[in-house]
Design a protein around this ligand. Structure first.
Ligand SMILES: [Zn+2]
Ligand SMILES: [Zn+2]
Length: 327
């Protein structure tokens, strides 16, 4: 489905279906300038996404010969189809940190770090193996490509329009949002979503992703926004109220962990996770699909890392696994 969201500059949204994925669809945004076009994010590297995106681009009469691609972050639902743009010779923009992660995940390095970590946090090997086929791995871009790296505060001219780059580490370490100051339009990617909460994980060279995420929410809290365009689901006209809700969600989750650990000390993260409140359409922990268990485990660990980092939880190693108690 294609929808025009703004005139001058002309901004369109292509809904790229993500089959069998709770995110439902990826919002690929197209900005059409007089001479140049911009595409923001692509969808997974799978035929269904490819058809949706390129049918949309054809309908909008987008010529790849004068099109730039901006990748907000490394996740495969945003970068999967970068190959088609690289092959066509489109300049590709991305933050250098996420570009490095993406290259390292091609040979499994990024994934191995998480697998080893999850094992030491009590997740059984069988549960880890079950998610080898998860969509983020299966549908990632299978191609080497080079990028023009962007950093916080950069002003980049794309689609004949000046965009501000705002680096908002948290959901990933290199996630960048784009902002149009004159029109007050904010492309929030997966930094701010409006009817689901962005997933926060642990990363190999990122200390306390949750703390960085909360700081990145504060960083954009005061930004004047007339139109917020997220990476998934529906957009909104403002962001401050949503930021308050997301921060409250994390505060509640941190408190939940402290309450659980208080009544049952010396549990692993994998034992703590089932006791948290998850909105999985009424499913119990044992019924979670392997990929959802994987993300829930990462989310739990990100909160535990925050509590350890802030001196609220004590971490102790016993027989090669970590156990947690109140500090
Ligand atoms: Zn993401
Ligand atoms: Zn996403």
């Amino acid at each position: 489905m294609i929808q025009q969201l703004f005139h001058n500059p002309d901004i369109y949204q292509i809904e790229v279906d993500l089959p069998d994925n709770p995110l439902k669809y990826l919002n690929s945004y197209v900005v059409k300038g007089k001479m140049h076009n911009l595409v923001i994010d692509t969808g997974f590297n799978r035929p269904e996404c490819q058809k949706a995106l390129f049918d949309g681009l054809q309908e909008l009469d987008v010529d790849l010969q004068c099109t730039d691609l901006f990748l907000t972050h490394l996740h495969a639902d945003h970068t999967g189809l970068v190959g088609a743009f690289a092959t066509a010779g489109c300049p590709i923009y991305m933050h250098g940190i996420d570009y490095t992660y993406l290259k390292d995940s091609a040979d499994g390095t990024t994934w191995r770090f998480t697998e080893q970590n999850f094992m030491r946090e009590g997740m059984p090997a069988a549960d880890i193996e079950k998610q080898f086929s998860n969509q983020a791995r299966k549908y990632s871009p299978q191609i080497n490509f080079s990028v023009k790296t962007v950093s916080d505060g950069d002003m980049v001219r794309l689609a004949d329009t000046d965009f501000h780059v705002i680096h908002t580490p948290g959901h990933t370490k290199g996630l960048c949002c784009l902002y149009l100051p004159k029109q007050e339009i904010f492309f929030t990617s997966d930094h701010i979503l409006f009817d689901i909460t962005p997933n926060i994980q642990i990363w190999s060279n990122m200390r306390d992703a949750l703390e960085q995420y909360l700081q990145s929410l504060d960083k954009v809290y005061q930004l004047p926004v007339q139109l917020a365009l997220p990476g998934h689901r529906k957009g909104n006209i403002s962001i401050a109220g949503r930021i308050d809700e997301i921060k409250e969600h994390h505060r509640n989750r941190l408190q939940e962990i402290l309450d659980i650990v208080k009544t049952q000390p010396h549990m692993t993260a994998f034992e703590i996770a089932p006791h948290l409140t998850w909105s999985m359409r009424g499913k119990k922990w044992n019924e979670f699909p392997p990929t959802q268990k994987w993300f829930a485990m990462g989310e739990t660990l990100a909160h535990i890392e925050y509590l350890v980092h802030h001196g609220r939880l004590a971490k102790e190693e016993r027989n090669g696994v970590f156990l947690y108690a109140l500090a």
